[in-house]
Design a protein around this ligand. Structure first.
Ligand code: ATP
Ligand code: MG
Length: 427
């Protein structure tokens, strides 16, 4: 018996699979498509794998996601000169590449896109952390307006609210821009230089490569130098601090509550100005349900015209885990219109053409194929969330009628076979 690799999930049919029930995924996917369109975003589907170098450049070669977690594909024997490919560890880099490659900047700006689907990271599997997981990704290219930063934060909160998630906290920060960050970075290095020997090896590497990340080190969080470190928000240039103030004003207007957290720096090098994380206590150590920010430097980094960008990626497993732990029941994504319960073989011979007719009219309908009892068939109908159940036994057969149960109203009546379609379609 070959089992699925560790950290990979099957999305399964049936309510007993809780947050892995494909019906819940349909609800989430339906809602995220609906809300994306409602806010003016269009879908762009990038490929599942592309050049590993794209991700290294897009995400920063020193980030864990690139250095330690990327699934690279071995070149095929006949393609040894081909570039090294990697399974996408996130969407942003591929979306920016597509934006540049297809000249989307020539269309009316901004370009507002969303996508969703599997991404891959070779991490140690644990609660809320998998090796193939799904993200809903939202990006806006070509707009500096702080109202866009606020919109991008709001759309995620709006989706979570529609699904019934409560208890989220938006943590917000600004990490400046190429004008103010280098000055701050030196201040930060001056602060940590005297105690460097007391910090972990990772922090020592970060000190040279990406000193802002010292601030989100888990190991050294309790070191006294952490509490007294200078913060980027106190060193923003006028442009960045004005932008940050406007983002907060828009969030206030939208009624989005947030908490300023000067320690959020995010792992990625290309972020500028706004950064945010949305956390939920039910997730334990993997508390971040989604995260994002502005990255005005990324498009140029990937070879395009300098173009501002802002976006986020939501972990779809994580939001479904939160919903599950909160005990929120999602509405069934797809309800069956009619379940046809035939009792005995002669009834089945009449019911099958009825089933085919229902389906040909565009109704969703099913029948039992295993000769079950009425009780068992009713259970099956329940599992399909059927709106109507048609019951045909010998008695109904003899009289040319069917029993029709309206499952929502809880009523039951008899109709002639001719009137049946009218009854279930309500016309
Ligand atoms: P984390 O701090 O949990 O490692 P990250 O900073 O690596 O997250 P991002 O690159 O910002 O995460 O990805 C956006 C979102 O994707 C996260 O907020 C999370 O919900 C989800 N995510 C990231 N890695 C995983 C994973 N291995 N399994 C499941 N979801 C994940
Ligand atoms: Mg990670």
């Amino acid at each position: 018996m070959i089992t699925a690799p560790r950290g990979l999930l099957d999305i399964l049919p049936g309510e007993s699979f809780a947050w892995l029930d494909s019906a819940r995924w349909h609800v989430l996917e339906g809602e995220l498509r609906r809300i994306s369109h409602q806010y003016g975003y269009s879908e762009l589907r990038p490929p599942v794998f592309e050049s590993a170098e794209l991700f290294a450049r897009g995400m920063g070669a020193t980030t864990d996601a690139v250095q330690k977690e990327m699934f690279t594909l071995a070149p095929r024997g006949d393609e040894e000169d081909a570039p090294v490919f990697a399974l996408r560890p996130e969407f942003t880099a591929g979306l920016v590449r597509a934006y540049i490659e297809h000249g989307l900047h020539n269309q009316t700006q901004p370009t507002k896109i969303f996508t969703y689907g599997p991404v891959f990271r070779a991490e140690r599997p644990q609660k809320g952390r998998f090796r193939q997981f799904n993200q809903w990704d939202v990006e806006v290219f070509g707009a500096q307006d702080p109202a866009v930063d606020a919109e991008v934060i709001h759309i995620g909160i709006d989706l979570a609210g529609r699904l019934g998630v409560t208890g989220l906290t938006v943590e917000l920060n600004s990490i400046g821009c190429p004008v103010c960050r280098p000055v701050y970075r030196e201040k930060l290095k001056d602060h940590f230089r005297p105690v460097l020997a007391e910090l972990c090896p990772d922090c020592n590497t970060r000190f040279d490569r990406n000193p802002l990340r010292l601030l989100d080190c888990k190991k050294d969080a309790a070191h006294p130098a952490m509490a007294t470190a200078p913060m980027m928000v106190d060193h923003l240039c006028p442009d960045c601090s004005g932008h940050f103030a406007q983002v907060q004003r828009h969030l206030g207007e939208l009624g989005v509550e947030y908490r300023l957290n000067p320690r959020i720096v995010r792992g990625l090098d290309y972020y500028t100005k706004t950064v945010f994380e949305v956390v939920h206590p039910k997730l334990g150590a993997q508390a971040v349900v989604w995260a994002g920010g502005r990255y005005d430097g990324l498009t140029a980094e990937l070879g395009g015209k300098p173009t501002p960008g802002v976006g986020f990626a939501m972990g779809m497993e994580r939001i479904l885990i939160v919903l599950n732990e909160l005990g929120v029941a999602l509405p069934p994504a797809l309800r069956m219109d009619v379940f046809v319960a035939a009792l005995g073989e002669p009834a089945r011979q009449v019911c099958l053409p009825m089933l085919y007719r229902l389906r040909s009219l565009g109704l969703s309908a099913d029948i039992d194929y295993l000769g079950r009892s009425l009780k068992a068939q009713m259970k099956l109908a329940g599992r399909h969330h059927a709106k109507f159940v048609i019951i045909v036994g010998d008695d109904e057969l003899a009289r040319g009628v069917v029993k029709l149960k309206d499952m929502d109203a809880g009523t039951q009546g008899e109709v002639s076979v001719e009137k049946l379609l009218e009854a279930v379609t309500g016309q």
